[in-house]
Design a protein around this ligand. Structure first.
Ligand code: 13P
Length: 252
C-alpha cells in the first residue's frame, strides 16, 4: 500500500517584512539542511513577498505558496492576482477558502470552487480549507458543514479533486490557542477522506491537513492520527524553532 507523505505548510497570513522574512527563512532553511525533513514543506506568504521568498527558497526543499488567488482569469480586476501570475513566480501551492477569506471577504463555496479550478489550470495545487464555526459545532452541524464545503469543490473539479490538498481548520481553533483534540480532528478527517474516496478513484490519497492552533507541543499527537496527513500552521509558522519542531514531528 502506498503511504501518504506528511505535509507541513505555514500560512503567514498578513505578517512579515523584507527583513523579517529573510531572517525567518534563513533560519528555517538552515535548520532543514542540518536535519532534512521527512515530510513536504511549504510556506504561503503575502503576495508582495512572493518574489523575495521565491529567491530565498531557491535550492531548498521548501515550496512556495500563495494565500489566495483571483477567481478571474485576467483583465480589469483591480487589486487581484491571477493564477497565471502566481505560476510565473514559481508558486506551487495556493490556499483557497481559508475561513478568514470566507468570513471577512464574503467568499462563497462557489467562489472557492472557481479559485481551485483556476489554480489547477495554472498547474498549482490548491490547498482547499474547510471548517465549522463554534456555533455550527455546538449545533452538531460539523459534519454537514465541512461536507457541503468540500462537495462544492468536488462538483466543480470532478475527478480532478484527487489533485488537491484538503485542510480541515475548525474556525474556533484558529488563532485561539484552543486546538481540536486529536480525536475530534481524526473524526472529521476520516469523514472527509471517505467523501474524497467516493468522489474520485485516487481521492483517498488526497493529503488532509489539520489547522488551528497547531504548535510545537501538540503537533506530534495530532500527526499520529491515522487520517491527519500534516498541518497548516499559522502563528507557529512565524517562529523558526517552532516551525522546525513541527516539521520534525511529521515523520513519513
Ligand atoms: P493558527 O495556527 O494561528 O491557529 O492559524 C491556523 C490557520 O488559520 C492556518 O491557515
Amino acid at each position: 500500500m502506498t503511504t501518504r507523505q506528511k505535509f507541513i505548510a505555514g500560512n503567514w497570513k498578513m505578517n512579515g517584512s523584507l527583513q523579517a522574512n529573510a531572517a525567518l527563512l534563513t533560519a528555517i532553511t538552515q535548520g532543514l539542511r542540518e536535519q532534512p525533513p521527512a515530510c513536504k514543506v511549504a510556506v504561503a506568504v503575502p503576495m508582495p513577498y512572493l518574489a523575495q521568498v521565491q529567491a530565498l527558497l531557491a535550492g531548498s526543499s521548501v515550496q512556495l505558496g500563495a494565500q489566495d488567488v483571483s477567481q478571474h482569469e485576467a483583465g480589469a480586476y483591480t487589486g487581484e492576482t491571477s493564477a497565471a501570475m502566481l505560476a510565473d513566480l514559481g508558486v506551487r501551492y495556493g490556499l483557497v477558502g481559508h475561513s478568514e477569506r470566507r468570513q471577512y471577504h464574503g467568499e462563497t463555496d462557489a467562489v472557492v470552487a472557481t479559485k481551485a479550478q483556476r489554480l489547477l489550470a495554472a498547474g498549482i495545487t490548491p490547498i482547499v480549507c474547510v471548517g465549522e464555526t463554534l456555533a455550527e459545532r455546538e449545533a452538531g452541524q460539523t459534519g454537514t458543514v465541512v461536507a457541503r464545503q468540500l462537495a462544492a469543490v468536488a462538483e466543480a473539479l470532478g475527478q480532478q479533486i484527487e489533485k488537491i490538498v484538503l485542510a480541515y481548520e475548525p474556525v474556533w481553533a484558529i488563532g485561539t490557542g484552543r486546538t481540536a483534540t486529536p480525536e475530534q480532528a481524526q473524526q472529521v478527517h476520516a469523514a472527509l477522506r471517505a467523501q474524497l474516496a467516493s468522489a474520485a478513484p485516487g481521492g483517498a490519497m488526497v493529503p488532509v491537513l489539520y489547522g488551528g492552533s497547531m504548535n510545537a507541543a501538540n503537533a506530534a499527537d495530532l500527526l499520529a492520527q491515522s487520517d491527519i496527513d500534516g498541518g497548516l500552521i499559522g502563528g507557529a509558522a512565524l517562529k523558526a524553532p517552532d516551525f522546525l519542531k513541527i516539521i520534525g514531528a511529521a515523520q513519513a
